[in-house]
Write a protein that binds this ligand. Structure first.
Ligand SMILES: Cc1cc2nc3c(=O)[nH]c(=O)nc-3n(C[C@H](O)[C@H](O)[C@H](O)COP(=O)(O)OP(=O)(O)OC[C@H]3O[C@@H](n4cnc5c(N)ncnc54)[C@H](O)[C@@H]3O)c2cc1C
Length: 377
């Protein structure tokens, strides 16, 4: 690319992980970059998640993007001070049907480095007392060592600071984009000229491009989350997934997962009702990010149903052999979802690209997605 001042400019709408993924890739490719974010700091999906970069549980295009994302996360840990470590993922099986899913994955489509563990080894990784009910309930586990746990509270802020500190980068916070046309972005602080515009507005994409969002059937998926104190020392171990997680991630899809879905729907209707993905990540301060439920809406109501929260908390408490968990914070997360596909890519005008992930794996695949978009420009 040419000199710093004549390099083409890319304007990016949104300072969530998808927008910043594009910003990092564009700066690395030699472009000038302006990120425009309506809030004073990104506070939506990219800070409300588990920070689980679960590459090993993805398959297909998402699996490829996830693999491409892993080294970029580790690079950002070095370059931008992002807190991200290869903690791995531990998928816990507590029934015959769940164990069958893990065995099927290992036999037919094993992720690299995957290790099937006996129940006692899984219980030891969760620091459960040998002989306790919680330890005895665990039948098997799948350890996936490649996956990363990031700190979602600080990750996008640190990447944004890195972009802002780059000689060809800038980030304009508290600036709302009203309209995007070829070569120009109209904002609440005036017009910004750009050779290319990338719109990474997450679940808010319909506010800027309603026709594209409606055509792709974009909805808001609302999730209930909590941060809890670890009931005993866990030692910053892997992200922990359970049987309900096996129903959500494409790596597990197959006949055994179909059988598990039928069993869970029959025997645990409350988990099916809230579309639970019972899981947690272990953060640097020793707390656990626990979740989550799923409900799709055109516009999500803001209210957190306490019964739903209790179902999730009780599941994690039982897994960890604790009578109950001490909740430190609760919140609702929203991400874009669609029955029409995992990624909404559209070009509403020459030089304008919409990139919206319409499934809940932006931390896992976003950095790879940004790199691919920029490479294709
Ligand atoms: C509770 C929860 C748990 C999750 N857990 C995980 C997980 O562990 N692992 C994983 O891989 N994924 C997870 N996800 C999914 C992941 O968080 C999302 O896929 C990802 O954060 C989406 O990133 P984004 O940049 O598209 O959206 P966002 O983070 O929502 O960012 C979009 C940004 O665009 C800005 N914006 C929108 N419109 C405008 C405008 N007109 N002008 C200016 N700015 C605008 C918004 O203010 C916002 O900051 C989870 C999501 C939730 C909600």
């Amino acid at each position: 690319m040419t000199s710093q001042t004549t390099a083409p400019r890319i304007a990016i709408v949104g300072a969530g992980i998808i927008g910043l993924a594009h910003a990092v890739a564009a700066l690395d490719a030699g472009y000038r970059v302006t990120v425009i974010e309506q809030d004073a700091a990104a506070v939506t999906a990219s800070v409300r998640n588990f920070g689980h970069v679960g590459a090993s549980v993805q398959a297909g295009e998402l699996g490829e993007l996830a693999q491409e994302s892993l080294p970029i996360w580790l690079g950002l840990a070095q370059r931008a001070g992002v807190v991200a470590r290869r903690a791995g993922t531990l998928v816990v099986a507590r029934s015959a049907a769940e164990t069958a899913v893990l065995e099927e994955v290992v036999a037919e489509r094993s992720p690299e480095g995957a290790e099937l563990l006996r129940g006692s080894a899984v219980a030891a990784k969760l620091q459960l007392r040998s002989g306790s009910d919680a330890a005895a309930a665990i039948r098997a586990g799948l350890l996936l060592p490649a996956d990363i746990t990031a700190d979602p509270r600080t990750a996008v802020a640190r990447i944004a600071a890195w972009v802002a500190g780059h000689e060809r980068g800038e980030v304009q916070f508290a600036t709302t984009v009203h309209a995007v046309h070829t070569g120009v972005v109209e904002t609440s602080r005036g017009r910004i000229a750009a050779d290319h515009v990338i719109v990474a507005a997450g679940h808010l994409i319909g506010r800027l491009f309603p026709a594209q969002a409606e055509a792709a059937e974009v909805r808001e998926c609302a999730l209930q989350m909590a941060r809890v104190r670890a009931p005993h020392r866990l030692g910053r171990g892997p992200a922990v997934l359970t049987g309900t997680s096996m129903l959500r991630y494409s790596r597990f899809a197959g006949p055994a997962a179909d059988a598990l879905r039928a069993e869970l729907t029959r025997e645990r209707p409350e988990l099916a009702e809230i579309e639970a993905n019972v899981m947690f990540t272990q953060q640097e301060d020793g707390t656990l990010l626990v979740g989550d439920s799923h409900a799709a809406h055109l516009t999500a109501p803001p209210f957190l149903d306490e019964r739903w929260s209790q179902i999730l908390l009780d599941e994690v408490a039982a897994l960890l052999g604790a009578p109950q968990l001490e909740v430190l914070e609760r919140w609702q997360g929203l991400y874009a979802t669609s029955a029409d596909g995992d990624i909404l890519r559209a070009s509403p005008a020459p030089g304008v690209s919409i990139v919206t992930l319409t499934t809940g794996v932006g931390m896992t695949v976003g950095l790879g997605l940004g790199a691919r978009t920029i490479a294709a420009l």
